[in-house]
Write a protein that binds this ligand. Sequence first.
Ligand code: FAD
Ligand code: UDP
Length: 399
Amino acid sequence: MRDMTPQDSNPERLGGGAGEEPQARRRGFDYLIVGAGFAGSVLAERLARGLNKRVLVVDRRPHIAGNAYDYHDESGVLIHRYGPHIFHTNAQRIVDYLSQFTEWRPYEHRVLAQVDGQEVPIPINMTTLNRLYGLNMTTEEEAADFLASRAEPVENIQTSEDVVINGIGRELYQKFFRGYTRKQWGLDPSQLDKSVTSRIPTRTNTDDRYFTDSFQQMPKYGYTKMFEKMLAHPNIKVMINTDYREIRDEVQYDHLIFCGPIDEYFDYRFGKLPYRSLKFEHKQLEQEQFQAVGTVNYPSEDVPYTRISEYKHLTGQVHPKTSITYEYPSAEGDPYYPIPRPENAELYKRYQQLADQTPGVTFVGRLGTYKYYNMDQVVGQALALYKRIEEAELATQPQ
Ligand code: FAD
Ligand code: UDP
């Protein structure tokens, strides 16, 4: 780690241009941001460009971009270190914001699930049902009737099991959801909030796209390139390989924005918030293509991984070799997924109340607010926080 007391920092890089008192320069940073993922990088960009604040961003990983980090592996294939990241959103303002830092490449994600020895579309659609049950349905009405005949109404839908059984019945639940969810979360769907499996719709048409959002495109040159542009501002200093705890007593700043796990910040005062982790096995193959679509899901508990993704489908890269990633769910490791269930929400609420009573620090992002958010939702959350900061700032300025 480089020594980075603010006195040592280059005042030119840190802004504070002509006319500013040397005293003010020495004061350090306006903001210390922990985490260079979407939450931290969007806020750094906005505070620097929008409000001319001096920002220090630290991340304990050896790179920026958080979980969205991508890079070229030894074969030269662009891969995602933390599993497949597909950008999709219905919010035009989020697209407009990110478009300042990247061009885009259209990509609609398609996923097949290996069930009963076949690879069939997931989300379940008319094609899935025809293939699994040897049917020849051609209208949405027929498919809807078929699903209605299988569905087992649940009166009070609370859990991830309830919501699927209510929609498509126990048999399809067991084929597609039970095993996958038990592997992914280390819990039975009956122990998880309904929001988890509700992410996956059921369709009566033949639409086999994983998402139906109005905007489905990938950053043309990858996520990391987009983050590099976002953070390229003279008011922003970035330190990688740097844990917050290493520098918190060294750096002067007025306000802290924390995008790491909220329970870690408070030294687990009320106990650990459970997060689910993954082990990624990246493989480089001496062949041009491995599988038909970007991701194949493996719901069966007989295999230890949940899915295999092949990046060239996502990125459109043309290359004689290909690279794939297996995802093995794990209790240990980096915190990737907050686990949506009532007792965890209760515990998070206690941390949130503590955060509200702690001046000078704001929590944001998937780990900071313990929310199972997609990338666009994190960008939206960060932009909303920036708006509040901007309004507060404007309110204190003389008319
Ligand atoms: P992160 O990206 O996790 O960034 C937080 C950063 O803080 C990390 O880099 C971490 O190193 C750093 N940090 C934490 N504590 C400290 C500390 N004490 N000191 C210094 N640094 C610290 N979303 C989609 O929209 N589409 C997808 O297809 C998609 N696929 C996903 C697949 C997987 C396997 C996973 C795990 C997530 C996926 N997501 C996807 C979700 C997406 O990764 C998140 O929404 C997004 O990355 C959250 O951004 P963030 O800034 O909140 O957190
Ligand atoms: N899910 C499942 N079977 C599948 C796909 C998803 O049971 O084939 C469930 C599982 O619980 C999973 C959740 O739906 O964790 C959300 O799936 P998604 O693909 O959105 O997960 P993510 O990409 O966030 O890991």
